[in-house]
Design a protein around this ligand. Structure first.
Ligand SMILES: Cc1cc2nc3c(=O)[nH]c(=O)nc-3n(C[C@H](O)[C@H](O)[C@H](O)COP(=O)(O)OP(=O)(O)OC[C@H]3O[C@@H](n4cnc5c(N)ncnc54)[C@H](O)[C@@H]3O)c2cc1C
Length: 427
């Protein structure tokens, strides 16, 4: 047997990532695989006591880190099949949102929203309830209409929102623990155009109004001053541009990157230049490094009504946050019914931290942030760094026990279990 992280290479597995994008997790798998057909994948799962899928590796924690077999589904034949009649598209789960979006746009379609980066796989993003921003938009998992997955015994299971009701709501944000997702069906909307404006120096009192002012809005802060450094307002082209004195801000006169010092060239076009939805809703361009590339991230979903109070609570630890922070982003996400969605039955205000790449300095600050936010029952992003006690986290999700039962029903022998999953969902 090979040492952890130095796994055996199966055919064509050389390009399975050995560590996550951020480099803070070196995968402990004993073997790495890149099957090229569903049948090969099914045989692999059926014959493996422990297996896990990796998407594009943009998570920052160990939910997906197995000591068994790690498999990328990127070798499966890619497909993007539009069902115009039903307004849906079925895609191979390993495809990146950016690739799917480009194809959809050429056919006159769009997805309702996108995350800050188009580099992530559809299945990996959905598994962790990845989200964009916008008061009327759910996270990306809420656009899922059906899933096809290989379950622990190697069977192919298809679940559909229309026919599988509540169980479906339990399976979409599955943390990669219910099966390996081969195909995902997503809701479509007609293609649309967006203009992106960056405004500087927002007073805190205007935050709520700013967040609700356009299709998708992100606000960036540095915790060095109470004012909010930048507003990235992504608005449909039909909406008039913000007036010169909008909410006491000034207009940026040149393109920006959310992280100070990083090249604006990596960011999607701003200054109100109209463009397709998929080239404006993400902050970062496909083909360029997103964010800073040298970082850790944490993120907390809070009740939207608690936004001002939550920021005031964080003021007490601003002196701890600022020295280890690259940028803080504030967003909104609409409530949904998905069991493990951080937005489950809660319109959300989301506080995101891009930290420096130094776990020893960052983890105590993460703990301090969680302690300050605890009164607001924060739900951490499933793909990022958090230190929440499992029992406390369970209490923040009304359907936690139901998900634990679903895990046992679909995966009785723990094929898809990992140490971090066991920590949060003890058997
Ligand atoms: C620079 C950067 C910016 C980000 N911006 C945002 C943002 O705007 N909004 C946001 O919400 N998040 C954001 N994230 C977090 C990111 O979206 C999530 O971590 C997401 O899960 C990454 O998708 P992935 O394909 O890389 O998944 P991975 O990290 O590869 O996997 C995530 C989980 O999904 C499982 N998984 C992957 N593929 C499959 C599959 N086919 N079947 C079953 N399980 C699978 C894995 O086992 C693992 O548990 C950002 C991350 C980075 C690095």
């Amino acid at each position: 047997m090979s040492a952890p992280g130095q796994g055996v290479l199966s055919a064509a597995a050389a390009d399975v990532p050995r560590r996550n994008w951020a480099g803070n997790v070196r995968y402990a798998a004993r073997a790495f695989h890149r099957p090229t057909s569903i049948d090969e994948l099914r045989r692999l799962v059926a014959g493996s006591p422990r297996i896990r899928a990796v998407g594009t590796g943009h998570s920052f924690n160990r939910f997906g880190d197995t000591t068994g077999d790690l498999v990328t589904l990127a070798g499966l034949p890619p497909a993007i099949d539009v069902d115009a009649e039903r307004g849906r598209v079925t895609v191979t789960g390993a495809l990146r949102y950016g690739d799917v979006a480009h194809r959809l746009h050429t056919q006159g379609y769009a997805l309702a929203n996108l995350a800050s980066l188009p580099h992530i796989s559809v299945a990996g993003a959905v598994a962790t309830a990845t989200h964009g921003s916008g008061q009327t938009h759910g996270n990306l998992a809420t656009s899922v209409a059906a899933l096809e997955l290989v379950t622990a015994d190697g069977d192919l299971l298809r679940v559909d929102r229309d026919t599988d009701g509540d169980t479906f709501a339990g399976m979409v944000v599955g943390l990669g623990a219910l099966g390996l997702v081969t195909r995902v069906t997503l809701d479509l909307v007609p293609a649309f155009e967006v203009r992106q404006y960056v405004r500087l120096d927002l007073p805190r009192e205007a935050l709520d109004e700013a967040l609700g002012s356009a299709y998708s809005v992100s606000v960036f802060a540095d915790w060095r001053t109470p004012r909010l450094r930048e507003v990235w307002r992504k608005q449909r082209v039909e909406q008039p541009p913000p007036p010169a004195d909008w909410l006491g801000t000034t207009a940026a006169d040149q393109p920006r990157h959310p992280v100070l010092g990083m090249p604006a060239e990596n960011a999607t076009p701003q200054l109100g230049v109209p463009g397709p939805w998929h080239e404006r809703l993400p902050h970062f361009k496909l083909g360029f490094t997103p964010s800073s590339g040298d970082e850790l991230q944490s993120e907390y979903h809070l009740p939207r009504a608690a936004a001002a109070e939550a920021l005031a609570a964080l003021d007490d630890v601003a002196h701890l946050i600022a020295p280890v922070l690259q940028v803080c982003e504030l967003r909104t996400v609409a409530a949904d019914e998905l069991w493990l969605s951080p937005n489950h039955r809660r319109d959300s205000f989301v506080v995101h931290f891009t930290w420096i790449d130094d776990p020893a300095s960052v983890l105590p600050v993460v703990a301090a942030v969680e302690e300050r936010l605890a009164p607001f029952a924060p739900r951490p992003h499933w793909g990022k760094v958090f230190v929440t006690d499992p029992a406390e986290l369970a209490a923040r999700y009304p359907r936690y026990a139901d998900f634990a039962a679903l895990l046992t029903r679909l995966d009785p022998t723990g094929t898809f279990r990992t140490d971090q999953l066991d920590h949060h969902f003890p058997r």
